[in-house]
Ligand binder design. Structure first.
Ligand code: GTP
Ligand code: MG
Length: 171
């Protein structure tokens, strides 16, 4: 079982391809106001979670709200794929700017699981090929997360791993 001791003063990046279970994990382990989801921000600024050209507005809004929370010392979880290094760099910079620890929880599930979930839910307007690319990007960057500035990195590699993970808050 993976025990995840989480510092209270942290910016937590939940990292994983679409359908890896980030939002499910977030809802299970964190309070609703602690979680900033890119889908939710896309919906807030554009009316739909899936408006493709709303990314810029959605992420600038998400970073803004994250900054306001961190300056109050509130633990903040970012629920976005963050499979590309340049996306993660923004999060590390944000954490550093507010003197909080950037930490990563990575959901790196087998491709077969991602594909099955994607097909079962059918609410994502992109193909399984997109998820494959996200997974490739993620795996390419995984070993470098520490070097990117994440102070703690926890990687969950199976459904059982994800379901058994426990988070404890440490002062
Ligand atoms: P995006 O928002 O598209 O990036 O995906 P996500 O990483 O937030 O995944 P999400 O939590 O939405 O989960 C994707 C699908 O898998 C949903 O239909 C969930 O209900 C399902 N799911 C998530 N976790 C589990 C799990 O542990 N077991 C099972 N059986 N289904 C799960
Ligand atoms: Mg989600």
């Amino acid at each position: 079982m993976t025990q995840i001791p989480l510092p209270e003063l942290a910016l937590v990046a939940l990292i994983g391809a679409s359908s890896s279970g980030k939002s499910t994990f977030a809802a299970r382990h964190f309070g609703p106001f602690e979680v900033l989801s890119s889908d939710q921000f896309r919906a807030l600024v554009s009316g739909s979670e899936h408006t493709l050209d709303a990314n810029e507005a959605a992420f600038s809004s998400l970073y803004h709200v994250a900054a306001r929370r961190l300056e109050r010392g509130l633990l903040t979880v970012v629920d976005a794929t963050s499979v590309r290094a340049e996306d993660r760099r923004r999060l590390v910079e944000l954490a550093r700017a507010h003197d909080v620890l950037p930490v990563a929880i990575v959901l790196d599930l087998p491709r077969s699981v991602l594909d099955a979930r994607h097909e079962a839910r059918g609410d994502r307007p992109f193909s399984e090929a997109v998820i494959g690319r996200q997974q490739t990007d993620l795996r390419r960057g995984l070993r470098g997360l520490g070097r990117e500035g994440f102070r703690h990195v926890w990687t969950l590699r199976s459904v059982d791993d994800v379901n058994a993970a426990q988070i404890t808050r440490v002062p």
